[in-house]
Design a protein around this ligand. Sequence first.
Ligand code: HEC
Length: 218
Amino acid sequence: MSEDQSISKPSESVEDAELVSLNDQKSSGAPQTIGYVAIVISIVLGGLYLVRYSGGFDRDTYLESNSIIEEMAALGGGSGADGDVVEVAFDPIKEGQKIYQTNCMACHQVTGQGLPGAFPPLAESEWVSKDPALLARIVLGGLQGPITVKGNEYNSIMAPLAAVLSDEQVAYVLSYIRQEWGNTAGPVEPTVVAEARADMGAKATMWTVEELKPWITE
Ligand code: HEC
């Protein structure tokens, strides 16, 4: 047995054994820390992935194929061929409801009932089912002065919305209020709104019921 061999032999004494294990810890400290950090990062990223993509573990969220296009095609939402746009049906009434919530609801209320003494109702209002050419003018140009709605007199101000809403948006919101809250009038075409806008030009004052007489046909 040579000197060399005896030196490399581990655990010759208790002291030696301690030294060896101390050295082990020292040298493996850095890789171990990296290992722990990697595990923690994996867990966090995995958690984030689940939160983002699990769909609440709802069975309805599960897609059988990897391609959302194929899935939608299977559901009847388009041909699904390469690069095809999957068409989503546009609903003017839904759009009209959104426009209502943003531009009308503060005054006429979510119920369409308005507020007694301040804002007239749209629900079952005799005005809402009149000529679309009249309604387009009210929304575009605003309204002021006395008006009777469902037997109650109002004398207030509705600001013009011509600068805020497009012809399509006015048509959608009018179509919406004409079939909501028990109202049963037909939809309004954007062309009717465009004609009203062109005819009004740059009207300087809000409409009065008196001025609107030519379009109060029923
Ligand atoms: C700032 C409050 C306010 C907003 C916003 C508003 N209105 Fe009005 N609206 C009124 C008032 C007040 C009158 C009555 C005006 C008067 O007294 O001459 C009225 C009258 C009307 C009328 C005729 C009377 C009736 O009740 O049927 C219609 C139709 C109407 N508004 C629709 C709308 C639509 C559609 C919108 C949104 C695009 C809208 N209004 C936004 C306050 C408002």
